[in-house]
Design a protein around this ligand. Sequence first.
Ligand code: CDP
Length: 788
Amino acid sequence: METPMGYGSMRRKEDARFIRGRGTYVDDVTLPGMLYGAVLRSPFAHARIVSIDTKAAEAHPKVRAVITGAILDGLKLAWMPTLSYDTQAVLATDKVRFQGQEVAFVVAEDRYAARDALELIDVEYEPLPAVVDARRALDPDAPVIRDDKDGKTDNHIFDWSSGDKDATDRVFSEAEVVVTQDVLYPRVHPAPLETCGAIADFDKVTGKLTIWCNTQAPHAHRTVYAMVAGLPEHKIRIISPDIGGGFGNKVGIYPGYVCAVVGSIVTGRPVKWMEDRSENLMSTSFARDYHMRGEIAATRDGKIRAVRVSVIADHGAFNGTAQPTKFPAGFFHVFTGSYDLEAAHCAVTGVYTNKAPGGVAYACSFRVTEAAYLIERMVDVLAYELGTDPAALRMRNLLRPEQFPYPSPTGWEYDSGDYPRALALAMDIAGYDDLRAEQAAQRERWAAGEVGGTLMGVGISFFTEAVGAGPRKHMDILGLGMADGAELRVHPTGKAVLRISVQSQGQGHETTYAQIVAEELGISPDDIEVVHGDTDQTPFGLGTYGSRSTPVSGAATAVVARKVRERARIVAGAMLEVSPEDLEWEKGRWFVRGDPDQGRTITEIALAAHSSLELPEGVEGHLDATTVYNPPNLTFPFGAYICVVDVDPGTGRVKVRRFVAVDDCGVRINPMIVEGQVHGGLADGIGMALMELIAFDPDGNCLGASFMDYLLPTSMECPSWELGATVTPSPHHPIGAKGVGESATVGSPAAVVNAVLDALKPFGVRHADMPLTPAAVWRAIQGAPLRT
Ligand code: CDP
């Protein structure tokens, strides 16, 4: 594969170290004199702490410190702020509020001693009744979880709504057809391959705190630590080394990180804390847990007119979601999807339950996944009730290209799109009409009493995402605006260093950001070093999640490269002794308009910029620039997905036979990386649709705390993906790109579920909730009226 001088498929530069096993992850870092921390966790979902006896643990010969909530309380660190203006216990003082909550922290000479010493801590608990069902959390007799908050007598967190309620109610009151469906998006976990961890190293002499942490948002972490600890930012350095997947799980600040910091201050030595798999699944940020009631109003002949939604959102014991301040339900109000509606309204109520905190954007831009799933399920439910083909129903209602930029009924402005083209392409690749013909023939045989065999189903989803948070006028996290900085320096030899604030967790940023500079300046991407993941080395920005990197930092990169190009123009003018206005650009060189032979390459210009060449008055030497990019709008990638499944009605087993995905993320910087991102997201979708679930028993015991119980999809469950693409550039992004990292996770669950329910149509099953495990499918078939 050749290296393109800009956009195009090229191999990932970072893979040179990854495929040799030479990546550096947090757990690969060993500092001189380093100690190890371990967390004692609550066995109860809800219990009062009567006493904690740490004497035996402290007496362990290898233990250097035992930290409890009471000790942290003395330092005013027992509670920390969450990214949603709530508070979260670092170590429990009064009560434990979910199973797996942090109760004590042991620091020891090695990992094993730290773990052993946990066994020596004696905690007396007084168990309390737990509430794990979000719909029960608001009952008047539900146990109050957050009695640490003054005057709190219930489990209510927030009420939030969007859209025009009166207009929506009016459409519903006069609609020919109204369909209502309860839809659960169950609790799932981002489950990155690498679990969360940190090494804290506080230098008492310099007063500098260095934290190695696999965070997706190093600069935001630094500011939060500065606010909490009262240290200036320049005395805190966050280093995010290589990261083995984040998917939203590594955005927030976890108690283990804070304990490692306190452990380092107390012992005067670096302290590493690395959680294990069960700790990751039980106590770090989960996703979804949305109980949704959707209503759709339509004409009898299938024109969708309005959508109305109410949601109970389960946020666990502490509201630890990471989403823009003004939007407590994230971007859920993009639930109107890809359709041309007269009106829409949603109301969301957030509640506390005795479960781990979180509600993070697992491979999705702040609840966009829940929204896309709901509307795509609702459209299929409408198709079921009207007896129409779900593809035809969508085609009829999709927004048309001439409607863009499209102001949605809940306040978004979709930047660009050609939806019918994407759906038509997906149907073409899938051979949609042939699939339906095959299905009709199969159903006929089945109705005629032919027994055995599987039933095929064809599922469609069409999604619109809202990614690239975001415009400062609209959004911030903890008061921090969501603009990103970028710095570009071209050395005298024409090689360049780009410094960006976003932090890759496997998305290939070291390659694609080099490609953006290469496209703008004509320097080979191999000659452009991308520096990221170290707050001492990079400009401020809010990090990588919600597919925001390309829309925000990708734009910053293009802008800063253009600034350098303009500087190069002035230098070239001085070199050629012409006015810069008389120069024209072609990739890699400025030349005199009308005389293409008279030109200077970017390499020649770089050297001259550092030489004794006399530059015009007021022009500084060197070839570098900085920028801060504040996006004018989000970008709105979209896609059309078609899934074909075969369901065994005897066992409920689902086999995904085919999956066609047509994505439009505007201009593609590296199509190979884009396809890789889509492959990963499609596998995510199969996982959520068919097997992933963090379940709890009525006492709040977590039933999904290992990969034996929390199932992830493997290549065995995934077909060979069939991808297509359309390209509708974003009109406001400097290079026309939209985000893509999460599109497939957002769009695919509905396609899989719609396919399974399409297969079950002969049984009269209209809806069943994810995950559609064999047991769930079988139960749905048993409970439904037979329809032939
Ligand atoms: O924020 P995150 O990096 O997770 O998501 P993204 O901005 O959607 O980018 C994921 C990867 O795909 C990055 O390496 C991007 O540069 C690349 N990409 C691309 O090549 N072309 C696009 N239009 C969008 C993303």
